[in-house]
Design a protein around this ligand. Structure first.
Ligand SMILES: [Cu+2]
Length: 511
């Protein structure tokens, strides 16, 4: 019996639907004596054919729309209604990173666009208004619509105009909506996407906190974190060479004061979408395990999940219970995106420690990098640098923030290093005696081989840090040279530029 059981299950799964087989729900694992669980038919929602609950009842309801990271309250209804959605397209310049702006095209003034929440069977009267100041026509394709173009064909809207169409939300689930005006990729890349939740008739299980998070990839002419206004780069977008990968349209949307907040003991739900236009997301929360994930935004959930895939133009719902206070980091686990392109957000949990579950003390900088410090000083320094008024104090303040995210993992926050492993920068005789050019070279190209610092021998490898911009290196070194008892020289951006130009590019180094 045991030998033929897997074959038996496989056959049934192939014969019927995939539901309840390969990616089970809370249903019992299939056993030969449990035929209904094997077929999974009992849990079948019936899809669109069973999603029409008849004509709308009662007075029409105006949908509550929310800006990210907020989610509208549950509809709380037990009958289908007519729901009116008013969504306005606004093209506007917003910060994409500290000190960097970009012209986003938005649904409702934010990236992602306003969150829409309805109930399965509702009749949705959709009004799309394109602000008179817009330069472009726009439309909307909602993945929760049954009908050609998902509404796009009926919603082409010129600047200063409005359009209207109506649909019945036949399928439950969490759906992406986006603009589908040509060039579609460009409209999506500029932030034209959001989420619409079609609640199942019985609603979703209640939780304490709900948040709205949506990933997107962005393509700018300038490099990552290059200051000032940045324009869209079509070729980078076609090449899928993202400059930024972000949650909620900005590097700082979910960090610092904007971190998501909850408390120990609470159940948290994340509605996570991915607008793309190009990249799929390996969504992960560092230090948490999702108790439930409604994968692909559909009806069934998987349990006890570490990382879940969010396709471009797709979404998931993740629930988890909070046991231990601290900072939890939301990332795309395609990890260079998190640490070098901005795909990082913070969920700050307050409440009492729970030492039986986790004993450790919180060390923010391990995963937060330069997000542990405020980057405001970095952007102030960049502004002054552009204006030609950069003072040593501004350089030192900016350098301190950058140091904590870049150098402190090895040389430590206090510059003391680790005996025998990482040489000290505090009171370093190497720093005191080597010419300025050599110090810059160490940061740009790294350092390896035997070196003596304060009488101690080191023979290790420091990786090149050439991904840092010239002004950033100047600020870090100005901070290092004037801190912890060092009395070295201030380093200016021009010093770094000169060394970089004179140095053959180190192998594997960024440029
Ligand atoms: Cu558009």
């Amino acid at each position: 019996m045991n030998a033929i059981f897997p074959v038996f299950t496989l056959l049934l799964c192939g014969m019927f639907t995939l539901a309840g087989c390969s990616r089970g729900t809370s249903a019992e694992p299939p056993t030969p004596g449990n035929a209904s669980a094997v077929a999974g038919a009992a849990a079948d929602t019936g899809g669109s054919r069973k999603g029409d609950f008849g004509p709308p009842q009662g007075e029409p309801i105006k949908a509550v729309l929310t800006s990210p990271p907020n989610v509208p309250p549950p509809t709380g209804r037990s009958a289908p209604a007519k729901v009116i959605v008013e969504l306005e397209v606004i093209e506007k310049e917003l910060p994409i990173a500290e000190g960097t702006t970009y012209t986003f095209w938005t649904f409702g003034g934010t990236v992602p666009g306003s969150f829409i929440r309805v109930r399965q069977g509702d009749t949705v009267e959709f009004h799309l208004n394109n602000h008179p100041d817009s330069k472009m026509p726009h439309n909307i394709d909602l993945h929760g619509v049954t009908g050609p173009g998902g509404g796009a064909a009926s919603s082409f809207t010129a600047p200063g105009h409005s359009s209207q169409f109506t649909f019945k939300a036949l399928n439950q689930g969490l759906f992406v909506y986006h603009c589908a005006t040509a060039p579609v990729g460009m409209h999506v890349a500029n932030g034209m996407y959001g989420l619409i939740l079609v609640e199942p008739p019985q609603g979703l299980p209640p939780v304490d906190k709900e948040f709205y998070v949506m990933q997107g990839d962005f393509y700018t002419v300038g490099k990552f974190r290059e200051k000032g206004f940045q324009a869209f780069d079509m070729q980078k977008a076609i090449d899928e060479n993202a400059t930024y990968v972000l949650f909620n349209g900005s590097e700082t949307a979910l960090t610092g004061d904007n971190a998501l907040k909850a408390s120990v003991g609470q159940n948290v739900r994340l509605y996570v979408g991915n607008g793309g236009p190009n990249l799929v997301s390996s969504f992960h929360v560092i230090g948490e395990i999702f108790d439930k994930v409604w994968y692909e935004g559909g009806t069934r959930y998987q349990e006890n999940v570490q990382t879940t895939l969010v396709p471009a133009g797709g979404a998931i719902i993740a629930d988890f219970h909070l046991e231990v206070p601290g900072s939890y980091v939301l990332v795309d686990h395609s990890i260079f995106r998190a640490f070098n392109k901005g795909a990082l957000g913070i969920l700050k949990i307050d409440g009492p420690e729970n030492l039986s579950i986790y004993s450790g003390k919180e060390v923010d900088s391990v995963y937060l990098g330069d997000k542990a410090a405020s980057l405001a000083s970095v952007s102030t320094a960049a502004t002054s640098n552009a204006a030609g008024t950069l003072s040593l104090e501004e350089q030192v303040a900016a350098g301190k923030s950058l140091y904590s995210g870049t150098c402190s993992v090895c040389h430590q926050d206090n510059g003391a290093g680790l005996p025998g492993v990482f040489p000290p920068l505090a009171k370093s005789d190497y720093l005191a005696t080597q010419p300025k050019e050599q110090i810059v070279r160490v940061v740009l190209n790294g350092l390896s081989g035997a070196v003596k610092v304060n009488g101690q021998d080191y023979n290790s490898v420091m990786p090149p840090m050439s991904q840092l911009r010239d002004d950033e290196i100047a600020n870090i070194l100005s901070f290092v040279q004037t801190s912890w008892g060092n009395s070295g020289e201030r380093v200016r951006k021009e010093d770094v530029t000169a060394v970089r130009a004179a140095t053959p590019r180190a192998e594997g180094a960024a440029h």
